[in-house]
Design a protein around this ligand. Structure first.
Ligand code: CP
Ligand code: NVA
Length: 304
């Protein structure tokens, strides 16, 4: 267990390993589209534990494992003993004794850490309250495909200092870019995380100033899963923090913009930007499939 590799945050891989994985994802995408047989992992089983809703993450992991020749098993708390209070440690021991790789979407980040510490096979964080590293693999792949290396570029985050924003902080460090975070007071990412990365991460309150000359603008919902009851308060707090045509006009002329989805048109992003013909947002969503196939391949090979 001690030498099992996991993917709980972007910091679990070196910058070189992350860049290799992005290149591998791009190659696997091309191979898949040209009809190549990618069933390199026959008989391998992915356990998928979802304590929160999902469209992209479930479809991409399940389709991806099928394309790799293995099988994916959906496990929800409502019909496993996890939902009846069986300890995470015991669940991890048992589930990892029967499958080859596990992904977990849950609330507290400590849950995936405890699971991984007790798992004999690789564990992937498929979103916690604190981080969403799989989405960052897809976002980085999308940037590289359209613009080349993101190293040295300026990325502006507009909105809540949530799990995605915190993953962008880790990405700034690992992929070597400057990150400006435009968020209202009281909705900042973890101060300790910002402080630890102050050489490349800054809080800029005004979204217009933060967007000036940026190469990539990114946003996400104002109320994440688990914060539904705060929706109205957050709508008021985030007034003015919308990624829209005007904000985009402040960025570099070839700037891209991204959203992990699901989106709330008219809140954190304008309908216009969601529906322009040349947005990369749909490509970003599709790349979840390719990036996670590269991730599963990397972890399965590392754990042979
Ligand atoms: N972006 C993302 O993780 O989407 P889902 O919640 O649909 O999985
Ligand atoms: N911040 C959002 C991301 C959804 C993919 C949430 O946690 O609900």
């Amino acid at each position: 267990m001690a030498d099992t590799r996991h993917f709980l945050t972007l910091l679990d891989f070196s910058p070189a390993e992350l860049n290799d994985m992005i290149e591998r994802a791009i190659a696997m995408k091309q191979a898949h589209k040209s009809g190549a047989d990618q069933r390199h992992f026959p008989g391998k089983v992915l356990g998928m534990i979802f304590a929160k809703s999902s469209t992209r993450t479930r479809v991409s992991f399940e389709a991806g494992m099928a394309q790799l020749g293995g099988h994916a098993m959906f496990l929800s708390p409502t019909d496993t003993q996890l939902g009846r209070g069986e300890p995470i440690e015991d669940s991890a021991r048992v589930i990892s004794s029967m499958v080859d790789i596990i992904m977990i979407r849950t609330f507290g980040h400590d849950i995936v850490e405890t699971f991984a510490a007790n798992s004999s096979v690789p564990v992937i964080n498929a979103l916690t309250d604190d981080y969403h590293p799989c989405q960052l693999l897809a976002d980085m792949q999308t940037y590289v495909e359209h613009r080349g290396s993101i190293a040295g570029k300026v990325v502006t985050w507009v909105g809540d200092g949530n799990n995605m924003a915190q993953s962008y902080i880790n990405a700034a460090r690992q992929f070597d870019f400057e990150l400006r975070i435009a968020c209202p007071e009281g909705y900042e990412p973890s101060p300790a995380l910002v402080e630890a990365n102050r050489d490349r991460v800054s809080i800029v309150r005004d979204p217009v100033i933060a967007a000036e000359g940026a190469d990539l603008l990114v946003t996400d919902v104002w109320a994440s899963m688990g914060q539904e009851q705060e929706q109205q308060v957050r709508e008021a707090a985030f007034d003015g923090y919308q990624l829209n045509e005007e904000l985009l006009s402040r960025a570099a002329s070839d700037a891209l913009y991204m959203h992990c989805l699901p989106a709330h048109r008219g809140e954190e992003i304008s309908s216009g930007l969601m529906d322009t013909a040349d947005t990369v947002i749909w490509n970003e969503a599709e790349n979840r499939l390719h990036a996670q196939k590269a991730l599963m391949e990397t972890l399965l090979l590392a754990n042979q």
